[in-house]
Design a binder for this molecule. Structure first.
Ligand code: HEC
Ligand code: HEC
Ligand code: HEC
Ligand code: HEC
Length: 357
């Protein structure tokens, strides 16, 4: 009896109210909009916060395209000295693209961000130019080989860069956290607030497992007994880390891709899940074939805590929108980024390039 009374003491009430306020401070303020996305009764509802969507609409406006350039006349490879990727373009098309990438990646420095003043344009002395050449190939690969994900909409440098040298949303490998004493125990890479996993208590280096290594994304076992396909709690936690990253990166909730009655089942999942499946493989391929091999080209100052280069994840392109730039295609105005323009496959560049200006 006494105990019960003490629970309703004003101080206890105040403390409870404070705890509630603190707890809810991380939540989004109502009202929210919800849109039905599945059959009636499946509770497949997409929740949008208009206070997040409205400013995002302004961030996703695409810049005007530069008027098209004539495609006739001599080819860039015959006129210039060191053109390895864009050789098929006419000189006019080539220069138009140089102006465009300056605006997309280095609007303040323009040409000098990749071409050192006083040296010829053919010089590769700045690392930014060496990276940009590889980026041209990466963009062409995305647009020609990954249509299962990017469709005809495709991407340009602007999709990721948005007028900045380095895309806003990238990730590095997390340094290993050593187990200092047996008394505290191993943290299993968890409970360290990391933006990749939306600050949840989930494994913070999960992107390495899926967007670099190709670990299986599974929670449900496929057989009744744990035979060949052991699914551990740890794997489940890694899977959830990726899922919260994907949801956050696209600004959607789980029902955008799942009928949550059964997360593993493909029947009944919206078609977006298939697009996402290809997206996971595409992001991994970009990191393995393009970003990681640039490790020695980037100066140490631009690399992560373990010495790796910044890598691509869902948010690098999507930046919080279900489709990057809400589905607007800039590629249609820059068709040279939608085909392979180099006759020979150019291998990963050697280490080199000057330090950052
Ligand atoms: C973001 C980096 C970047 C910016 C900014 C940039 N370029 Fe380039 N530029 C390159 C790359 C990469 C190549 C090589 C392309 C290839 O190998 O196909 C190149 C090659 C050239 C070449 C050919 C030189 C030769 O003889 O081989 C010229 C000319 C050129 N750029 C002019 C410009 C001009 C003018 C500007 C500013 C309007 C500019 N570039 C802005 C990256 C850049
Ligand atoms: C899929 C996303 C994506 C696309 C598309 C893309 N980039 Fe990048 N770019 C990156 C990432 C990731 C980095 C590494 C950023 C970092 O180091 O923080 C990068 C770095 C760069 C850098 C080095 C910048 C610096 O200051 O270190 C240059 C230059 C560059 N990109 C040019 C381009 C050009 C030109 C294009 C278009 C032909 C392009 N990028 C297309 C993702 C992209
Ligand atoms: C953008 C689409 C997308 C969103 C959003 C998404 N998922 Fe997924 N999910 C997938 C795809 C694709 C797979 C299968 C991945 C594979 O097999 O490579 C998957 C797999 C899973 C699995 C593993 C199922 C199995 O076979 O064991 C679980 C569990 C899961 N998701 C839970 C979630 C949760 C919880 C959320 C919300 C926090 C979520 N997903 C949000 C696309 C999505
Ligand atoms: C290189 C840029 C890029 C990256 C990286 C990327 N996407 Fe996409 N994604 C796109 C483009 C472009 C579209 C629009 C395709 C279209 O219009 O048909 C798209 C469309 C989608 C769609 C379909 C949306 C709809 O409503 O139809 C889903 C789902 C999606 N992406 C999920 C992901 C996930 C999950 C990841 C990370 C694993 C990812 N994407 C990484 C560029 C990217």
């Amino acid at each position: 009896m006494l105990r019960r009374q003490s629970m309703f003491r004003p101080t206890a009430l105040a403390a409870a109210a404070l705890a509630l306020v603190t707890l809810l401070a991380g939540c989004e303020r109502p009202p929210v909009d919800s849109v039905q996305r599945g059959y009636r009764g499946t509770s497949m509802i997409q929740v949008y916060n208009p206070r997040i969507v409205t400013p995002q609409t302004y961030e996703n406006v695409v810049p005007d395209a530069i008027p098209a350039a004539p495609s006739d006349g001599p080819r860039a490879r015959t006129v210039y000295k060191n053109v390895q990727v864009l050789g098929d373009l006419s000189v006019a098309e080539f220069n138009r693209l140089m102006v465009a990438i300056s605006a997309w990646v280095a609007p303040n420095e323009q040409c000098t961000y990749c071409h050192k003043p006083g040296e010829g344009f053919e010089s590769d002395s700045l690392y930014t130019k060496v990276v940009a050449r590889r980026m041209l190939q990466m963009t062409q690969t995305i647009n020609t080989k990954w249509n299962a994900h990017v469709g005809d909409t495709g991407v340009t440098c602007y999709t990721c860069h948005r007028g900045q040298h380095q895309p806003r949303e990238t990730w590095f490998r997390a340094p290993e956290h050593r187990q200092f004493t047996r008394l505290i125990g191993y943290n299993a890479d968890q409970n360290i607030a990391a933006p990749n996993v939306t600050y949840a208590s989930l494994p913070f280096d999960a992107l390495t497992e899926y967007l670099l290594k190709g670990q299986e994304i599974r929670v449900n076992g496929t057989t009744a007994l744990p035979t060949g396909n052991r699914q551990s709690i740890k794997q489940a936690e890694f899977t959830y880390s990726l899922m919260v990253h994907m949801s956050d990166g696209l600004g959607v909730n789980c029902t955008y891709c799942h009928n949550t009655q059964n997360f593993g089942k493909w029947e009944g999942s919206p078609p977006q899940r298939v697009t996402a499946w290809h997206g996971i493989r595409m992001a991994r391929a970009m990191n393995v074939s393009y970003m990681e091999p640039l490790r020695n080209v980037f100066p140490a100052s631009e690399r992560g805590p373990t010495g790796d280069v910044a890598k691509v994840n869902c948010a690098t392109c999507h930046q919080g929108a279900y489709k990057p730039l809400y589905g607007a295609s800039m590629l249609k105005d820059y068709p040279e980024l939608g085909r392979s323009t180099s006759a020979v496959a150019v291998a990963a560049p050697p280490a080199g390039g000057a330090a950052k200006k």
